[in-house]
Design a protein around this ligand. Structure first.
Ligand code: 3EB
Length: 335
């Protein structure tokens, strides 16, 4: 249903196309002020495109503003985005709660009540110690909003949560008129069951979310990192973290019944820009056909160096099946 690609065209040109569902920029600016256009706050790395485009072939989107929220609708899906200012972000628990309540209210009002995927781009995500670490406090506000709105753990959708160098936050959601289907990774603890050491409130997301059964070919894969069980592994080792992350994505694809050839795009978030060449070499050699955007971002645990999110569509290209290739790390782990 979605066509996800990266581009260097001006946002206005992309938005003038009625099939353009959302345009997300990666130029360090963090703002939403036009429906359909989201400035993430994250920066693309050199030689990467600076814009991502979500299009829905055949659709005629409607764009509108509702209060602080900027929305795009088709017959089936909604995109809603909201920004929290630098001042609001001083209390990230409240800012996350308020922003999520706004997005959830819009989903209810417009009758797209089933979230498919959230993106959370936050300032200074690793600031603070113990339970006061910024990301953990964000998780408290997010869970409060979900709980108060009646969402159960099993209804949380796919998500990404990354940090940038700015001081505001942007939150956006893709939601559906039809119930979605959520998946977990059998080699990872469910995020909403992580042990207490990761904060007062557990992270509220699923490892992947598919559109309703009729449209199951679309799969949103959450930000994925070198986490096995609930623990970060290979801390300090970029190459091993990237390999484990890619293995986690393969496991999730297999578990959700998707073939590798369904992978349409990757977005790679790197804590250290200097690791770009090394990471690119690994990703390109393992997935030469997947369109990939490389960005500089802080990962929500300070011991993680890389996070990768993915989008899958199995349509026209689904017939071109390639053999499943297992990497050394995955083979070792499966023993
Ligand atoms: C993890 O697996 C790594 O809090 O929304 C990945 C995807 C991560 C989404 C979120 C966090 C989130 O726990 C971090």
């Amino acid at each position: 249903m979605f066509m996800h690609r990266f581009s260097s065209q001006p946002a206005e040109t992309l938005l003038s196309d009625p099939t353009t569902f959302a345009v997300v920029t990666f130029n360090g600016c963090c703002e939403v002020s036009i429906p359909g256009l989201i400035h993430s706050g994250i920066e693309a790395l050199p030689e990467s495109e600076s814009v991502e485009v979500w299009q829905i072939p055949g659709a005629e989107v409607q764009r509108e503003q509702r209060g602080d929220c900027y929305i795009t609708k088709t017959q089936d899906v909604l995109c809603a985005a909201v920004c929290a200012s630098a001042t609001e972000c001083l209390d990230i628990k409240q800012a996350a709660y308020r922003s999520y309540m706004q997005l959830i209210d819009i989903m209810a009002e417009t009758a797209y009540p089933y979230p498919l995927r959230f993106w959370n781009y936050l300032p200074h995500i690793n600031r603070g110690a113990g339970d006061r670490e910024y990301y953990k406090v964000f998780c408290e506000g997010r869970l409060n909003a979900f709980s108060q709105s009646g969402y159960l753990n099993e209804q949380f959708p796919a998500a990404s949560a990354l940090g940038h160098g700015g001081d505001a936050a942007v939150f956006y959601v893709f939601a559906s008129k039809q119930p979605a289907k959520h998946f977990e990774n059998p080699t990872q603890e469910k995020a909403y069951h992580y042990p207490r050491q990761y904060g007062k409130s557990r992270p509220s997301f699923a490892r992947a979310t598919a559109l309703s059964p009729q449209r199951e070919s679309t799969l949103f894969i959450s930000g994925t990192a070198a986490i096995v069980g609930h623990e970060s592994i290979h801390c300090g080792a970029t190459q091993a973290q990237v390999e484990t992350t890619l293995d986690n994505i393969r496991t999730l694809l297999a578990h959700s019944g998707r073939h590798i050839s369904a992978l349409q795009s990757f977005k790679v978030y790197l804590r250290d820009a200097a690791a770009l060449t090394q990471v690119k070499n690994i990703v390109q050699s393992q997935f030469p056909k997947v369109a990939t955007l490389y960005t500089r971002a802080d990962i929500c645990r300070d011991n993680l160096l890389v996070e990768i999110e993915a989008h899958c569509e199995s349509g026209a290209s689904a017939g071109k099946q390639e053999p499943l290739i297992r990497t050394k790390t995955q083979t070792l782990r499966l023993q």
